[in-house]
Structure formats: structure tokens, C-alpha cells
Design a binder for this molecule. Sequence first.
Ligand code: TYD
Length: 199
Amino acid sequence: MFITLEGVDGAGKSSHLDWLKNWFELRGHRVRMTREPGGTPMGEKLRELVLHDSMHPDTEALIMFAARREHIEQVIRPALAAGEVVISDRFTDASFAYQCGGRGLSESRLAVLESWVHADLHPDATLLFDLPTEIAAQRLASAREPDRFEREKTDFHARVRAAYLRRAEQFPQRIRVIDGSRDIESVRLQLTSVLESLT
Ligand code: TYD
């Protein structure tokens, strides 16, 4: 099973990574945790570039997909073939949300990259951590040094959020929206009910 986690910066998905891994391991699954951009040695180098150097929005999208190409080849496909549950902290929905919603790239151009890089591979389920962007911004303000995306203004994050929610409407079977504005316990109850419906 291939599961992806998504949401605006500050939506809180990182607080649940270990818990999600445990949830599957307790049920006898081997779990491969990974992330994008990144997930491979080359992908991590590309992550450094794309999170910190300024560049044209097309370049940004192309780097996301270049890193993704390696990630799929070296990590995701082999792990799925070995019967592992793969949990990726972000995947292609993030490109639609950030590069199209946030930066304004056309969805049809991005769809070309998607079908080039992974026409035949899609997440089985996507957990979308959603919350008002003002709350996300408050949470980020107390966090570490912001990267290029986290430094963007509120309207950028509002567009990213809206793009994620549009994707959730487009793919209601796959994308499950989690109310990330609630406390950790309530988020875990929501996650449990989604995970139980998947397994
Ligand atoms: P993030 O998961 O927020 O990392 P961290 O929790 O360590 O800050 O991901 C880094 C950023 O990359 C995030 O702001 C969203 C951005 N991103 C894109 O813009 N497009 C993509 O395709 C992906 C995978 C991520």
C-alpha cells in the first residue's frame, strides 16, 4: 500500500509520522517512511536546492519531478514490490498545490510531467491535513528557520490550501481530509477511522 501525507506548511503532519508507522507495524506490516522532495541521496541534494535557492517556477516544478523520478525508481517501487507499506511525507498532490495553486503554473503542464514520471503509479490513499492558513502560520512562527515556501505570504498559503481542497473534491475516494486544527488526540481519532477503512 502506498500512502501519502499532504497539507499546507504548519498543518502538523510531521507530528503524526511515528504514530502512523507504529499503527501499521502493530498490525504486522513492514513500513517504509520517506519524504519529498528527497527520499534518495540525489533527491536530498535537490531538496536543498529547491528549498533554499531562488529559481523560475518551471525550474522548481522540474526539480520536484526529477527528484520524484529517482524516488520512485530507487525507493517507492522496490519497497512496494517487497510488500512494504510506503508512507511518503508529500508526493505529486504537493506539486499541484504548491507549483500550480501557489505559483500559478498550469495544471495541464503539470499533468504532462505527472504522466511522464508516474503514469502508472498513484497513491492508494492520501491523508490531507487541512486547517485555516492563519492557524498554520501561527504554528510556523514558533518553529525553526523558515524555508522558501514557508516564507511565502498568507495569500500564497491560502492558494495552496484551496488547491489541495480542490484535489480532494476531484479524488474523494483517495484523498481523505483530516481536520488538522484540532488537538493531537482528536487528529489521531480521525486518522484511526480513516486507516481502519483502508485495511
Ligand atoms: P515539508 O514537508 O514542509 O518539509 P518540512 O516539514 O521539513 O518543512 O516540505 C518542504 C516544502 O516543499 C513544502 O513547503 C512544500 C514544498 N513542495 C512543493 O512545493 N512541491 C512538491 O512537489 C513537494 C513534494 C514539496
